[in-house]
Design a protein around this ligand. Structure first.
Ligand code: ZN
Length: 429
């Protein structure tokens, strides 16, 4: 699959994936499954002989859906509707019956001219990369909102987490329907809905686990990361037992090597609520996150078909370096230079730490099975995943065995501004 000198063992990576995604299974943030995953990762880091192993807890918002039902009225007939409760939704306290209004993408122009007080808004899309739509819908005093995940068109439900920063803004009951159900509701003119949502939300502990292989110097080097939580209702094999498997396999492969700079490894909790674990890691001065030369984050990699993508944030010479390494190793991927908030490199790039996020796309919206029950171990090609691990390993070894960094570490002004813009959208309420 590549000409990398680094060769990871696909079976070893898949053994980790199997433990996380099959033996444990669903690993929703704050759940027993997530804690069991952290136990396993810590035990593996100890077995491998990593140093400075840290397991740190932080508070996250756990939730459980006890009941989620919806009916829609077509003419004078009520019909059940395929739907799902959104993460952390407030309850409807019994059955909520109200008028259904299609508000397209909930743009200001559309919302300005609609009276939505006490009504259920059907939104083509989701809250999007800022708190603006949530705030506007609160102002309009909607009774509830039904989102449509428009990235994919299948008729199954997608589970999506709510960014931890948006939790205080979710003041209305929220459900989601698949794309074809939205089509049916609008085309056949559903005018009222009955919605019943019963959800429990609690503050519970989540965990980050990290360790390192020391270098001659104790500053700089890389951190190889993944996340062990999943959304609810999935085994989260590709998202992201695979990334944790890559990190642990590389730790084992490189254990005992002579390194100039430390090679660090971390598995974060609560990624599915906008990288809350990675934010906690970066905020903890014990971790000296700003001191790291580069984050190598694998999340959403390893599926059978598609194209590798590397979201790369840093200097022009970092981009050149990545291109050169790809050519040298014969591992291909599309390098994307727009900053993105959807994985655990995000809190690092806000602090000007260069980062590469390794993922793989097989449809315009991402991966067709994303956040569904199809994200199980069968979604993964062991060889595709191992080829990515080999390339991540090449980069890590190249950076950590040299005394001088092979690229300029400072962010150009335009990159810093672009990162700030993304960060403001997700973090500023
Ligand atoms: Zn993920």
């Amino acid at each position: 699959m590549s000409d990398c000198a680094v060769r990871t063992d696909p079976n070893l990576i898949m053994r980790h994936v199997e433990h996380l995604a099959v033996t444990i299974g669903e690993r929703l943030a704050g759940s027993a499954g997530e804690a069991q995953a952290a136990d396993y990762i810590q035990a593996e880091m100890e077995r491998i002989g990593l140093q400075n192993i840290r397991r740190r807890e932080f508070d996250c918002s756990w939730f459980e859906v006890r009941r989620a039902k919806m009916q829609a009225r077509f003419g004078n007939m009520w019909e059940p509707v395929v739907m799902d409760a959104c993460a952390h939704t407030p309850c409807t306290n019994g059955v909520l019956e109200a008028e259904l209004v299609y508000v397209e993408n909930a743009s200001d122009m559309i919302l300005d001219r609609l009276d939505l007080k006490g009504k259920v808004a059907l939104v083509h899309g989701s809250y999007g990369p800022s708190s603006h739509i949530l705030k506007r819908l609160n102002e309009k005093e909607v009774a509830a909102v039904i989102w449509v995940d428009v990235r994919y068109t299948p008729d199954w439900n997608l589970r999506v987490g709510l960014p931890f920063t948006f939790l205080p803004l979710l003041k209305f009951p929220a459900a989601s329907v698949p794309h074809p159900v939205e089509w049916d509701l609008v085309r056949r003119g559903a005018d009222r809905v009955r919605l019943e949502l019963d959800c429990v939300v609690e503050t519970r502990p989540s965990q980050n686990v990290s360790g390192e292989l020391p270098g001659s110097s104790d500053t700089g080097g890389v951190i190889i990361t993944g996340h062990h939580d999943s959304v609810s209702g999935t085994a989260g094999a590709e998202d992201n037992a695979a990334g944790v498997g890559v990190a642990l396999a590389l730790a084992e492969l490189f254990a005992g090597r002579q390194l100039e700079k430390p090679m660090r490894f971390a598995s974060f909790g609560t990624e599915e609520q906008l990288s809350q674990g990675a934010f906690a890691f970066v905020a903890d001065p014990e971790n000296r996150a700003r001191d790291i030369d580069m984050v190598l984050n694998t999340d959403g990699q390893g599926c059978w078909t598609g194209v590798n993508e590397v979201y790369l944030t840093g200097s022009e010479s970092l981009h050149e370096y990545m291109g050169e390494m790809m050519r040298k190793c014969g591992w291909s991927g599309t390098i994307r230079d727009e900053p993105d908030g959807f994985s655990d490199h995000f809190p690092f790039i806000i602090e000007d730490v260069p980062a590469a996020w390794f993922c793989r796309r097989n449809c315009a919206g991402g991966r067709w099975f994303h956040h569904s029950h199809f994200d199980n171990i069968e979604a993964l090609s062991p060889l595709v995943l191992a080829a990515c691990a080999d390339f991540v390993g090449e980069l890590a070894l190249d950076i950590c065995t040299k005394t001088a960094l092979p690229f300029d570490r400072a962010f150009p002004k335009c990159t810093r501004e672009a990162v700030r813009k993304v960060a403001d959208g997700w973090l500023k309420l």
